[in-house]
Design a protein around this ligand. Structure first.
Ligand code: T3D
Length: 261
């Protein structure tokens, strides 16, 4: 049996998934896609999991598509079919997780590896990490949600600049332009992400997932429709246990114990 390409570990309510093909900078093979999707599905289905961290083994986060994988790349491959089979479901899976997902970007994130990270709810990167929209260098367009994510994160001018040049963007600059949440010293990455994941795991998971959904939806709505969506979501959350618990805990001056997923 081949080695696992995704390592799975759980600490308390935090599930950590480590992309594990360090010799090829954790680039995506068909096997890694299957294992990653299964691990994300399992985390989504496990009520005990309240935050997910994804990171990379070795010196890279993920170099995108493994350009040597015969199942996924090569002259006679239907690239559109690869996108439909693997990258589209991956981008949607991350965006519909019932709990927050943090990308702990430990090194270079290129191509679909960059956009997989950018699709997560939080991107915390080590100072030595970088982001590369490598697609233009091999005659492709950004995928794994890149065309949707980039202009929303940094605006059209920067999205086009990053995507067309394919230049390496250091983590510090990525934070400065609002592409990612935080850039930290390399040695501080694990502790920073651990503290963020632990904090999110204590929070009301369902409300956090609905926050993501509402904000993503509102980006494509007018104000009237966004306000209507807010009313719909609040109506549902207002009937849920976490809202009652949050208010009760506030008045009792105690820490809330949120349970909804
Ligand atoms: O089906 C489809 O193809 C469609 C799907 C497309 C989605 C995409 O993601 S397209 C974009 C694919 N990714 C790339 O084009 C990035 C290619 N990699 C690089 O440009 C560089 O490796 C990096 C800038 C990411 C890092 O450079 P550096 O100098 O730090 O490392 P390196 O020496 O280039 O790489 C280290 C090893 O990883 C090396 O192997 P070796 O020589 O030590 O045996 C290299 O070949 C391997 N590696 C890196 N990226 C990939 C890879 N092997 C296969 N596929 C890769 N993407």
């Amino acid at each position: 049996m081949s080695d696992p390409t995704v390592l799975v570990a759980t600490t308390g309510a935090v599930r950590t998934l480590t992309l594990n093909r360090p010799a090829a900078l954790n680039s995506f093979t068909g096997q890694m896609h299957r294992e990653l999707r299964a691990a994300l599905d399992a985390a989504a289905a496990d009520e005990a999991v309240r935050a997910v961290v994804v990171t990379g083994a070795g010196r890279g986060f993920c170099a995108g598509q493994d350009l040597a994988d015969p199942e996924m790349a090569g002259a006679d491959i239907d690239v559109g079919a690869v996108i439909e089979r693997h990258y589209r479901p991956l981008a949607l899976r991350v965006r519909t997780m019932p709990v927050p997902v943090i990308a702990a970007v430990n090194g270079v994130a290129a191509g679909a590896g960059a956009n997989f990270a950018l699709g997560c709810d939080f991107v915390v990167a080590a100072r030595g990490a970088s982001f590369i929209q490598a697609f233009s260098k091999i005659g492709l367009v950004p995928d794994c949600g890149g065309t949707w994510l980039l202009p929303r994160l940094v605006g059209r001018a920067r999205a086009l600049g990053l995507a067309m040049t394919g230049d390496k963007l250091p983590a510090e600059e990525a934070q400065r332009m609002g592409l990612i949440w935080q850039c930290v010293d390399d040695a501080a990455l694990a502790d920073t992400v651990g503290a963020l994941a632990a904090k999110l795991a204590q929070m009301p998971s369902r409300a956090l997932a609905e926050t993501r959904r509402a904000i993503d939806a509102a980006m494509g709505l007018g104000l009237e429709d966004a306000l209507a969506l807010e009313a719909d979501v609040q109506r549902e959350l207002g009937r849920a246990g976490d809202f009652r618990e949050g208010v009760a805990a506030f008045f009792a001056k105690r820490a809330p114990q949120f349970k909804d997923r």
